[in-house]
Design a protein around this ligand. Structure first.
Ligand SMILES: [Zn+2]
Length: 278
C-alpha cells in the first residue's frame, strides 16, 4: 500500500505532468471508484475545469480545479498514467480524464479499492474523508502536549496508536516500525506510559523518517516514464521492517517479528527493550 512518502512522490510527479491542463471530457468506466456521486454527474461537473494545483492531505491527493476539488486515494494498487487520448483504454483503467491538449490521465487500479470524491472548493476542509484525519506530521500543533493529552486515556500499545490516522495522519505500518526503532521504544509499550521525551522522539523521528523517504522517492521517480505509471513505490533502506531474523544494524541483535493489533511488527529486542527490563 502506498504510504505518505509514496503519495507525496506521486503528487510531485503529477504536478510536473498535468498542472495547467484543461479537462475536455471524463469517462468513468468503473463508477464505484467515485464515492459521493454517480459517474455521469462526476464527468459533467469536470468538463472545462483546469488543474491549478495538486496537494496532499493524509494519503489523499487533492486536485485543485477551478470550482471543485477532486480527492483521490490510491489505497492498495491505484496508479496514474499519462497517455494520449488516442491510446487504447486498457482493462484496469477505470477513470479517464481527457485534456484539451489531447493527452489523457488514466486512473488504473487492478484491485479497484481506490476512491475519489468531488467536492466544491469551498467545502474542501469539511470534506468527509478529511473529517477524521489527525494532524499532518509537520503541523506546528504536533507536540508532546498534543500526544500526551490524547494518549493518556488509552492503554493501547504505541504501535497501534501511532497508526491511528485520527491522531497523526500518514504513518503507515512500514514507517511506524522504523519510527519506534529510531525512538528506542518497544512497540508493545502502552501509549499512556510514555514520557514526554519519548513523545518528542516519536515526533522528531516521524518527520525524519518521512522526509528521508520522500527525498529517496523523489530521486527514484525521475526515472519513471508515463508508460510505467506513477506509483511512487521505491525501495527504501529500512532498519527493522521486513528484516525478521536479520541482524540489527545498530547492535547486531536479531530482529524479531510479532503481531500487534493485527499488524506485522518488527523490532530489535535490544534497542527497543520493554520498560521493566531497562
Ligand atoms: Zn538493535
Amino acid at each position: 500500500m502506498p504510504e505518505l512518502p509514496e503519495v507525496e512522490t506521486v503528487k510531485e510527479t503529477l504536478k510536473r505532468k498535468v498542472l495547467g491542463k484543461e479537462i475536455k471530457d471524463v469517462k468513468v468506466i468503473y463508477s464505484k471508484i467515485i464515492e459521493n456521486m454517480d459517474g455521469d454527474e462526476f464527468s459533467q461537473k469536470l468538463v472545462g475545469e483546469r488543474i491549478n494545483d495538486i496537494t496532499r492531505r493524509g494519503k489523499w491527493l487533492v486536485f485543485h480545479l477551478d470550482h471543485y476539488c477532486l480527492l483521490s486515494h490510491l489505497r492498495m494498487e491505484g496508479k496514474y498514467f499519462l497517455k494520449n487520448i488516442s491510446d487504447e483504454i486498457t482493462k484496469h483503467q477505470h477513470v479517464v480524464f481527457n485534456f484539451t491538449d489531447d493527452t489523457s490521465l488514466r486512473y488504473a487500479d487492478t484491485r479497484k479499492f481506490g476512491r475519489m470524491y468531488l467536492v466544491p472548493k469551498s467545502e474542501l476542509e469539511s470534506a468527509k474523508p478529511f473529517q477524521e484525519l489527525g494532524l499532518e506530521p509537520w503541523d506546528k500543533r504536533l507536540n508532546h502536549q498534543y500526544l500526551k493529552e490524547i494518549y493518556k486515556s488509552k492503554r493501547l500499545p504505541i504501535k497501534t496508536v501511532i497508526l491511528d490516522q485520527g491522531i497523526i495522519t500518514g504513518i503507515g505500518n512500514i514507517y511506524a516500525d522504523e519510527i519506534l526503532f529510531l525512538s528506542g521504544i518497544n512497540p508493545f509499550t502502552p501509549c499512556n506510559e510514555l514520557a514526554e521525551k519519548d513523545l518528542d522522539n516519536i515526533i522528531k523521528n516521524t518527520r525524519k523518517t518521512l522526509e528521508k523517504a520522500i527525498s529517496e522517492g523523489g530521486t527514484t521517480i525521475r526515472s519513471y516514464t508515463s508508460d510505467e505509471g506513477v506509483t511512487g513505490l521505491f525501495q527504501n533502506n529500512l532498519y527493522v521492517h521486513c528484516r525478521a531474523n536479520e541482524k540489527c544494524l545498530k547492535c547486531h541483535s536479531i530482529i524479531e517479528k510479532t503481531r500487534i493489533g493485527g499488524r506485522g511488527t518488527y523490532y530489535c529486542p535490544n534497542c527497543q527493550k520493554k520498560r521493566d527490563e531497562s
